[in-house]
Unconditional design. Structure first.
Length: 116
């Protein structure tokens, strides 16, 4: 299953780096945003895509089979969930502060293991 990250700021980049390190076989083809606006067109050499144009390109099955991690501030996550559903994405999860802390803990453990 493909994995995408909703968000394109430092929080999303941190999640990407941790996931890439912890789960190197997972494919993350792009970051998703509501609108490019002030976001960079790429983050960590991964393209940043607007949800509307991405949703037009993907089939219903592709959207339903894609896992999306919402890596944004928690106060906007409910709105993003609604947007994902409206565009046909059904498999998503919030990267809450608790989940972020656990992800970063595992990421730093892995980084420390690689030093030895």
């Amino acid at each position: 299953m493909k994995l995408s990250i909703f968000g394109a700021q430092g929080y999303a980049l941190g999640a990407y780096e941790a996931i890439k390190t912890l789960y190197p076989t997972r494919s993350i083809p792009y970051f998703i945003v509501s609108s490019i606006g002030n976001n960079s067109p790429a983050l960590g050499n991964i393209p940043v895509r607007e949800i509307a144009s991405l949703a037009e390109e993907l089939s219903r099955e592709e959207k339903r089979s894609m896992e999306v991690i919402i890596a944004t501030p928690e106060n906007v996550q409910p709105e993003i969930e609604e947007s994902l559903e409206n565009y046909g994405f059904t498999h998503y999860s919030r990267l809450t502060s608790e989940r972020w802390n656990e992800l970063m803990k595992m990421f730093h453990i892995r980084l420390n293991q690689k030093k030895f």
